[in-house]
Design a protein around this ligand. Sequence first.
Ligand code: ASP
Length: 435
Amino acid sequence: MTENSNTSGLSLHTRMLIGFIVGAGAGIAANVFVGQAGWLDGLIHYVTDPVGQLFLRLLFMLVMPLVFSALVLGVVEIGDAKSLGRIGGKTLLWILVVTAIAVTIGLVCVNVLEPGRGLPQEVGQELLAAASDRATEVASKREGVSGLQILLNIVPRNPVAAAANGDLIAVMFFALMFGIAATVIQSEGTRSFVSTVQGVYDICLKLIGWVIELAPYAVAALLFSITAKLGFDVLVQLARYVGTVVLALAIHFFVVFPLLLRTFGRMSPLAFFRGAEPALLTAFSTSSSSATLPTTLKVTEESLGVPRRVVRFVCTLGATANMNGTALFEGITVLFLAQFFGVELTLVQQVMVLVLCILGSVGAAGVPGGSLPVIAMILVMFKIPPEGIGLILGVDRFLDMCRTVVNVGGDMAGSVVIGRSEAAAEAREAARQAG
Ligand code: ASP
């Protein structure tokens, strides 16, 4: 019996897929046939919500120790400054280039399909009025994410407080610095520290192995809760906008990733999607790259066969810094709202939107709705009312699920490509030394 199969003999992939179909199918049926029934609220409130939340909490519980240990070990295993610089450079290049491609696809789709011009003003005003409280709340959060402050916040004043507040980027910075220093001082003390960190990482991985056994049930529960409550009417009202986002995400996911995987990763896209499936399904049902990180690390190493040191470095950084789906979504949403409010953006302004979306996706937190305050910030810059975000809040959960899949897929595809290029670099190095 492999690690991925249980006593029923079905692999984790298959069990998760069954959970997905059962949860979504039952939720949609409940929504359509018994949407108003009181017992449905009870079922969601007392059964499916708690099961889903339990799973999410178990995953989040592992995120901080994993991020710290994975990054320290990633840097230590890479070993020398030259290799670290090389892998760091490739990661940065991947993030910038692939995110730019994603936003470009989004901007082209939104300019061609113009979903914001098709939406009747009365429908828009109704949606805005219905979501005005939450929209004001989201719009006010943008104050904490102003440009220079994002950069300064990368460096934590107090790493323990950063960890306690769930500030992943600051914890990553701290872990990277720790790893670099541990590589430089090769003392007995640092060696025993590193082996302790290795112990922490191994324990976390074991725990993920147990938690993930719950995934099929949790995926079913999460999807039931979401689909049973989903406003299908709003999805229909905003069909052109939703369609534009989903189309652009699909192009990035099913065309750009496969091309990059084939050309630079030398991996068949089918093998990639099959191996990545548990992480992609977790991303879809949790809408959180951070909550998916434990699964992403496990699957990328074990099922996609990417070297550990590359996985630890690229996937961990990628979980908050590499968000292709989020960047693409930000671009479409800003332009959609500009179209709706009749704000004309010139080509130069659209290029500015592109740059801001790339930076904004790095700054967005890997949690459900993490990109909304960033969008509010960009809207203000272009004199579009930030409360306009209320227009899309009703469909955001569904789009969040889809864009998180693309975010996580981008981290895994990046690991495959960078892992392959590292293997080639090592082979060249070995040949040079032998020759
Ligand atoms: N939910 C997304 C993620 O965790 C972030 C966002 O776009 O809201 O990757």
